[in-house]
Design a protein. Structure first.
Length: 229
């Protein structure tokens, strides 16, 4: 099979897999932990086999559940500012994949906050989808759930550390892998404004390197490392 035929076959396989993902109703019918999802599932993700940047988030919120488009909320605006890219680049699925730990809005807790990602989702789908993303150069692990899942593939001890410790040792995380590289981030929610104030090094030290890594990941040619840590 030629490389073009192989790529076409792989894309068709991914399309078939994504069709099954978008039709999935597992969390509403059988609960792995707790109660089944109370509303109709609406998986929200953005994936193409050519993606070079993967944004591994948490789960859709209420606005994203309504729109069906990832990060169509203030968190998305802040995240794009952190990355230094505009909306057109962010939503270019040929280059940017957005794959939350839970594809569907998990509902609200008693305090009005989002519940954790549904535990059924990642074991069912995540590994199979990632197997198709062979051109990834950078994985952004947004929040503790994504960090624990992805880091466990490289360093189980590090994966169990609290989010602040993981983000604070971002240089060590970057050194774990060259293809793809890994970068930990806090969630860009307004609920983390206090965290950002308490950790000014995040914007002063991490964000410039993050933006350089994003530029490098999305560039036509690979240049490693993009900048000195």
């Amino acid at each position: 099979m030629s490389s073009d035929s192989s790529a076409s076959y792989g894309a068709k396989q991914l399309d078939a897999l994504l069709a099954r993902v978008r039709a999935c109703r597992q969390c509403a019918s059988v609960a792995a932990k707790g109660k089944p999802l109370a509303h109709v599932p609406r998986p929200v993700l953005q994936v193409a086999p050519t993606a070079r940047l993967l944004i591994a988030g948490q789960a859709p919120g209420t606005r994203v559940h309504a729109s069906g488009v990832p990060f169509t909320d203030p968190s998305g605006e802040r995240l794009r500012t952190w990355l230094g890219i505009d909306a057109n680049t962010f939503y270019d699925e040929a280059r940017v994949a957005i794959l939350p730990m839970g594809f569907c809005f998990p509902g609200l807790d008693d305090k009005g906050g989002d519940r954790p990602p549904r535990p059924e989702c990642a074991p069912l789908w995540r590994g199979s989808i990632l197997d198709h993303l062979k051109d990834l150069r950078l994985i952004l692990m947004v929040g503790g759930y994504a960090q624990r899942w992805h880091l466990s593939l490289y360093d189980a001890t590090l994966a169990r550390r609290p989010l602040t410790e993981i983000v604070a040792c971002w240089r060590d995380v970057l050194a774990l892998s060259q293809a793809p590289r890994l970068m930990p981030l806090p969630h860009p929610s307004w609920r983390n404004n206090g965290w950002l104030r308490r950790n000014p090094w995040f914007e002063a030290e991490l964000l410039p390197i993050l933006r350089a890594e994003v530029v490098n990941a999305l560039a036509t040619s690979i240049r490693r490392p993009p900048t000195r840590l």
